[in-house]
Design a protein around this ligand. Sequence first.
Ligand code: TYD
Length: 372
Amino acid sequence: MPEINGCRICNSEELHLVLDYGMMPLVNNLNDGEEPETYPLKLVLCPDCGLVQITETVPPEKLFSEYYYFSSQSQTMLEHSKKLVKELSKNLDKYSLVIEIASNDGYLLQYYDVPVLGIEPASNVAEVAIKKAIPTLVEFFSVDLANELRSQGVLADVVHAHNVLAHVADLHGFVEGMKLILKPEGLIVIEVPYLRNLIDGCEFDTVYHEHLCYFSIRPLVKLFKLHGLEIVDLQTLKIHGGSLRLYVKHETDYGNFTERADEVKDKLRELLFRLKKEGKRIVAYGAAAKGNVLLKYCGIDSEIIDYVVDSTPAKQGKYMPGLGLRIYHPEKLKEVKPDYILILAWNFADEIMEKESWFGGGFIIPNPLRIC
Ligand code: TYD
């Protein structure tokens, strides 16, 4: 029986014992009463990355080929899935693709009305999904399968992996595979039982050979980082005695931030200089700190902008530093009427445009640049 040599995430060899269960049968392999095979069950903690895991890896074929867990049996699971699909569907259309790894009997994918693909190795469970007309590959997910899908142009907007990460011996292969089938702007949604709940609630009976790993946030951050992925949001859920839902994306690319900032700058300068040349009067709205940064970075000052208005009494009568722009009460707009108002406090653009809806000229919002 393969016993791990080190932590499944960071390979650290110094693993600390948390609980020794002794010898245990494969508890989901229901049988006809014969004496079952037993395997050691030992829960350990990796002090380096924080991953809690069991030391034995039972070959997955022994555990998952014929499977007795049908997710659709639970109304709680169905409700939970339906709600999530509704939320995610807001950003999807008929050109999207949703892939679920360990799609079980189609309990989740059945709620989507965009193209879906399930991947489920337990043939008796996958069959139920296929009968419901949910396209399903009856295979274990791996880097090889991910590469095959990728080479066929099968890339996902959303990849679901719910209650499967804990079952995976080759975590790195699995996560790399998810990355390979994810579109550049795609989203991976992962649900795992949360170690905190297991420990706090003394849920020691949720440890068995199917569950190789017991996740908390720190080791997951490390695992994804190693594959160029990052957690962009997370929630704690009540389901399965307490779970974590992670939203994961390709790592942010900081490399072209300067180019993108300069693009904002160039577009804004081009517009304002052109309007000024045409003899238009331009003022700015909101003496916000970010407004000062924007104008400074773009090299726009009192040559282009006549004045600034802001509703904050304490700011009125002062100048925006380094720009030579005096701040007035918004009533000034009616006295010295501009043709355009550049909204510097773009975080309140809707509120400002609503408030000044009498204004007949154009509101310029700097990023993305538009005139309303
Ligand atoms: P703020 O959101 O505090 O941005 P920063 O953190 O970059 O300084 O700035 C918003 C500014 O806009 C603030 O000075 C108040 C002003 N403001 C108005 O003048 N009128 C409005 O209707 C609103 C909503 C804000």
